[in-house]
Design a protein. Sequence first.
Length: 94
Amino acid sequence: MKTTSLLEPLLQASRRPDDAFEILIEVAESHPEMETLLLKAANSAMRRGYQRIRDVRQALVRIGVLHAAQLMLEAAHREEPSTFGHASPAHHAA
């Protein structure tokens, strides 16, 4: 996952709440790992409904934009924490 390409639109979604739903859909549809993450969350035992969620729009409705954005940011952070202002492990070795 290329975090730098995810960071700006995810942060933009937090700055533009009226557009967040569409921004998150666009990000998830262009990054299969994010789409999978949202679908798994929407179909989890905690949130599972009578019907299985099969697309990102339905997933966002089920789990909510705020929670979806949080999940996506956490996933991006796990992939490349240095992008979020953390020092790299090599920096601490000195």
